[in-house]
Design a protein around this ligand. Structure first.
Ligand SMILES: *Cc1c(COP(=O)(O)O)cnc(C)c1O
Length: 421
């Protein structure tokens, strides 16, 4: 038995399904999860020393690549100062100041430990500020594993929904209304049927957790307008898109200002950090000033703050441009190969890109779930296995996007061509 299979068997004994997060499980695939032991730049090495070009990049945080030397140096220095105080420290102020000086549509922020935690706090805050309970979310947007976000569309009235996970009480599901992306009429109807009850609309302004479903700007500006008209809050969940598509995320790109932003992933540069940001008025509803409770033993962990700041400081406009260009080149190389490989076995695939994100899918311009081809997984799984064999690592699921980092330079692209053969 090979060492990876052995580790997976051991892992399944110790951990449910052998994984700490379900998307790592290679569910539906013929191979078992790779176990990685180290990484460097654009590359990740499994326990058998096989080297892969990494297009998963920890699902997004590593926009500079693995072990970026400047981040690594800052972390080493950070270690020597101790790694948790549970008290006030200057490191989070440095990071907060750096962010707030550059992102003008928010005035204050608070650090938490994950994207899920940021969303959980944003929802509570929106409810606390408005005194309303209901939240509108969209089918195909992921907002972490918060109870009230593990909800799918029901079959009845507009927006009616049910839990998509066991363990989420009906009482929680009933306050989440689920609509289809782009459904302007549905959103209007929802506001009419639940007059003065909707606290917030939450959306990934660039939905990138169920494929990459770029939204028309008109839809996002409609959401802004209807929130203004109804005194509901607009939450942009930019845990993936924040600092990825531009420093100020989709809010910067579209010019549409959310009332509350949630950040994660890149903001910690690969260490566990999330954040909620908004106006001073909204943020001061949080404890200890306000009545909305929120807390965290490890929040604004000094080491994570240091890693985040050292990462964000390198995100210059030139670097964003460079990563986007590399993404286009990579997309072209992969597309050409897919169209010629094995008599066109993968010729149905195209690649949608947005900044440094890409999604392999047999269709252009997917903007909502119903436009995603049904047999996507079956075809993707075959593609995944062929690429894995060639030492090219994608996220092990057809609905996950690919991530390109600053470390994916031209030499990596040459290597990609060689690996594809
Ligand atoms: C990843 C993600 C989350 C959850 O963040 P975690 O750090 O995994 O808890 C929430 N929202 C969006 C848009 C995400 O991409």
């Amino acid at each position: 038995m090979n060492i990876q299979t052995e580790l997976f068997l051991k892992s399944k004994k110790l951990i449910p399904g052998g994984v700490h997060s379900p998307v790592r499980s290679f569910k539906g695939l013929t191979s078992t999860p790779r176990f990685f032991k180290r990484a460097e730049g654009a590359y990740i090495y499994d326990v058998e020393e096989k080297k892969y070009i990494d297009f998963c990049m920890s699902f997004g945080p590593l926009i500079l690549g693995h072990r970026n030397p400047i981040v690594e140096k800052a972390l080493h220095e950070g270690l020597e100062r101790g790694w948790s105080y549970g008290a006030c420290e200057p490191y989070s102020l440095e990071l907060a100041e750096f962010l707030l000086e550059r992102i003008k549509y928010v005035e204050q922020l608070r650090f938490v430990n994950s994207g899920t935690e940021a969303v959980m706090t944003a929802l509570r805050l929106a409810r606390g500020v408005t005194g309303r309970n209901k939240i509108i979310k969209f089918n195909g947007c992921y907002h972490g594993h918060v109870d009230s976000m593990l909800i799918k569309a029901g079959s009845g009235l507009a927006g009616e929904a049910e839990a998509s996970s066991a363990g989420v009480p009906e009482g929680i599901a009933k306050d989440t209304l689920v609509l289809e992306l782009g459904d302007i009429e549905g959103v209007k109807k929802c506001f009419e049927e639940h007059k003065n009850q909707i606290a917030a609309i939450i959306i990934e302004p660039l939905p990138a957790n169920n494929g990459l479903m770029v939204q028309p700007i008109e839809f996002l500006s409609f959401l802004r307008e209807i929130c203004d008209q109804t005194c509901a809050l607009l939450i942009f969940d930019e845990v993936i898109s924040g600092f990825r598509v531009a420093f100020g995320g989709m809010a910067e790109i579209t010019g549409i200002r959310p009332d509350i932003s949630t950040w994660g992933k890149i903001i910690g540069g690969g260490l566990p950090v999330g954040a909620i940001a908004a106006s001073k008025f909204i943020m001061e509803h949080l404890a200890p000033i306000g009545k909305v409770y929120q807390a965290g033993t490890l929040s604004a962990n000094p080491l994570a703050m240091t890693g985040g700041l050292a990462t964000l400081k390198q995100l210059t406009p030139e670097n964003y441009k460079k990563i986007s260009e590399q993404t286009k080149k990579i997309s072209n190389v992969l597309t050409n190969w897919m169209h010629s490989y094995n008599n066109g076995q993968f010729a149905m695939f195209k690649i949608t890109t947005y900044a440094s994100l890409f999604w392999i899918v047999p269709k252009d311009n997917v903007t909502k779930i119903s436009e995603i081809p049904e047999n996507l997984t079956e075809n993707f799984n075959k593609l995944f296995e062929v690429l894995l064999e060639k030492g090219i690592y994608l996220a092990p699921n057809a609905y996950e996007v690919g991530f390109v980092s600053l470390a994916h330079d031209d030499s990596v692209i040459e290597d990609l061509k060689v690996r594809l053969g």
